[in-house]
Design a protein around this ligand. Sequence first.
Ligand SMILES: Cc1cc2nc3c(=O)[nH]c(=O)nc-3n(C[C@H](O)[C@H](O)[C@H](O)COP(=O)(O)O)c2cc1C
Length: 693
Amino acid sequence: MHPIYPNVFSPIALGPVQLRNRFYSSPHGMPMSLGGIPTDDYLHYSLERARGGVGLIMLSLTIPERSSGAQPRPNVKAALPAFRRFADSVHAEGTKVFAEPFYQWVATGAWQPLSPPAPIMAPSVSQYSFLDRRAATRAMTKRDIAGMTAALVDAVENLREANIDGIMLHASHGALLEQFLSPYYNRRTDEYGGSLEARMRLLRETLEAVRDAAGPGMAVGVRLNCDELLQGGYGTADAYQILQSIAGGGLIDFADLDIAVEPDQFHIGMPPVFAAKHLYAPYVEAVRAAAGTVPILSVLGRLTSIAEAEGAIASGLCDMAGASRALIAEPELVANAEKGEEARSRTCIACNACLAGFMEGVQACAINPATYRERYWGIGSLTPVLQPRRVVVVGSGPAGLEAARVAALRGHDVTLLEARAQAGGALALWAALPGRETHADAISWWTRELDRLGVDMRLDCAATADMILGEKPDAVLVATGARYSAEGRSNFLDHAIPGHDNPTVFTPEDILLGKAAPSGKVLVLDAEGVHTGVGLAELLARRGCDVELISPSFSPVSARLNDTQDTPFIMERLHAAGVRISLMSYLQRISGRQAVAYNVYTKAERVIDDLGAVVLATGRVGANGLEAQLTGKVAQLFVVGDALAPRVWTTAAFEGHKFARMIGEANAPADVTAAYFAPDDPTYFPAPAAAPA
Ligand SMILES: Cc1cc2nc3c(=O)[nH]c(=O)nc-3n(C[C@H](O)[C@H](O)[C@H](O)COP(=O)(O)O)c2cc1C
């Protein structure tokens, strides 16, 4: 028995499948397929989590052939060998693999590659809006329903042949099976609509068909939404009856309980930093007894440690607990806890860079650049160098911290210079914004690791070229970040705002570093729509300022914060703090205690008087003065992260990691220019999943 986590580290049976422990990786869409065939990168991503101790990995797969092309598709016959290699390789690590083959409106595809979209199938004609996609669905005919069931059965047969251990039907997140259960989406008048019994018909029929196709060796279960939280949707009372009916009828071996209809409740489906931890718990609590002895699984929402999983299982809330993002950030979460080395684990900060990346066609974890790149950057790939080099890293934001960590892990002699009294760079400033405090956990982890690895970290040390060269480095990484433009330059208008040099005008850094403490009426001009502007507006309002937030856009938040699901929380917080919002507006000029704003379309001007301060959260400029001073004076010089060019913050740790790997390597680029114009490295191109060597 495990001395600290006896519940998590005890085996459990889900139907015919035995699991070694009670922590699972919940399904998360991964655009890691080639024509529906899972890639090698997907396999190595999963293997890392299997080796990292999870008992069960759930794969998110889309059906039918007409579904979105980015995720693996089990209806593609050519994908079977790759699925089999996938299952066999994960089994070899002691972990089981379940599949969640589903149809859902955000995962639907086109008639043919690059063609206009195929229709979205649904129980009824539903008005649909997701991100910028607005449409109405097709009400499925009985032939459509039969076609969908046949596609699912075909998928299950293929997955059984491929040695996948179980199937989880998706009846949550607005997937098709939930839509049939839902009085909000299902307005049918045939035998599939109307009473709860009729709305349950498709789920029951599908479970029966899937049970048949799965055979006695596979586990079959369902992910069920406990409460749609929709006006006109079903609540926990209906969910209870649904679960009681399918569990009592012997149709399932397990149920995974959560909440969150997409897109309506997307923001609690992958709850961002502002959401309370374990926000699904009361809903699971209300429904779980309906399952009787059938095991209950749940991710609870923002579960980030094995201690939390242990508590949930010990209290009887669930029989197995799991996570997606905690494992995206830390593949060894389970193994580290089992060994009593939890301090070695990164803690997911719920920034949702993983989710936004998925929607934007990028795969990245903001605090773990090796995630999704395990095939070549996985655990064990940072092999010791034969000849350690002297390395100086300048700047301790995520780029510098990660660069120093990677260089030290390879055995180089690393010094990290930081001008401020505190490590973390812009991330530390963001963590000082209300509600984002957990971002500081990432900085604590990095600094703990650097300490363990013996990196010489010098705070309060504003590096000069002479000081750096005095260290006689072989390699220098300049990770000095970016600063907000004091002139108010922005991507709306890359031009200085007249009056920006007025003494009442500040940058976000002035406020967050305590150099200015405005009072009275404050204007925050935000042209970025990321956390800084809205966070500062809230911070100043909570400090008692009368804050007006001005944005040239139609919304005070950018598409990025929509993708990370932060928007609903931010809007609520701004409202609660009393921040006034003026959209489609920009500042014409500032003078004394007055500013002139104008509507960016009509050009109508508005004079704002009695201002205590104007904060320009407009745009950022890379701080890389050291590059020119050091060029030609060290063997390798890499400018990384925002210092190279201010971009989305996942870039920072990624570039720190990437370039630190190149230190002292034969034929490695000497600088970012050489790397930028080098031919593509074939290592990085995906291939279908093959058995690992
Ligand atoms: C990038 C991403 C993609 C996801 N895709 C799916 C999916 O395809 N199917 C599903 O059932 N859940 C999906 N989820 C939801 C997770 O399984 C999980 O319920 C949710 O992230 C909350 O758990 P967490 O706090 O441990 O991340 C996804 C989550 C993320 C972050």
